[in-house]
Write a protein that binds this ligand. Sequence first.
Ligand code: GDP
Length: 287
Amino acid sequence: SGEGPSVNHSNSSNSKVALITGITGQDGSYLAEFLIEKGYEIRPKEIYNLGAQSHVKISFELSEYTAQVDAIGTLRLLEAVRVAGLEKDTKIYQASTSELYGKVVEVPQTEKTPFYPRSPYAYGMFACNGLLFNHESPRRGENFVTRKITRGVAKITLGLMTHIELGTLDSKRDWGHAKDYAMWLMLQQKEPEDFVVATGETHSVREFVEKAFACVGRQVTWRGTGVDETGHDAETDQLLVKVNPKYFRQTEVAKEKLGWVPRVTFDELVRDMVTADLSLMKRDPAA
Ligand code: GDP
């Protein structure tokens, strides 16, 4: 989906020109509308590379396809800019991912984590990575948990479905709204820079479920634990939510599977390491 929409050029004397890949997706569609409203045309001074396989679970299932589209696809775009001699004129926004931080949302990672051009083609180009934490909207793909829940709530309300089946209810995410123009703002800076975009607040899938049902005037009460946990209508007791291990993520089940709980606190870790290095340096000052 590498094309932008065509627009009329009525106010084009000062127009900027953008190319957006991934325009059929949530972010691309919002961005296209936003830029068209601003009078943008479509022959690139700005390139927003949003065309990607973005679903985490599918990235494991279709790993080669994901690498082709997300990694090689990006390289091809950079190469196209270079070969066309556009590197001095064209700014590039790359939809990077908070996944690079390994989902450790409790310990916010920042833009200060250094990034350097990792290919010769990056040199001399205005190219930014946007590392967006989860961003949702009514246009979110149906297999992402937020959409799955809001679609489920709507269907249940309309009598089209009985209950929703979900994976880990206590997973937490930083959920923002996709109708957010951080991408555009990044390309309006003087110097290219990478940015992490997050609301700074995390909420659990469980909370999302509760809030979503509250929107249609229903309160959810929870019963049971783990795979046997179910959510019910507080008034009628109707089953609304069921856990299905099919939706568990391998990377998120270590605690459950291994019965693993972290025993060493952060403070203890630091103390342990400093103490060990103190005695090492005492024994061998040249160590
Ligand atoms: P992600 O953060 O890009 O993986 O976005 P998702 O919306 O796919 O998943 C967000 C969180 O919801 C993850 O921790 C999932 O494990 C959790 N989750 C719980 N149940 C489901 C489900 O049924 N579908 C999906 N996609 N995620 C679920």
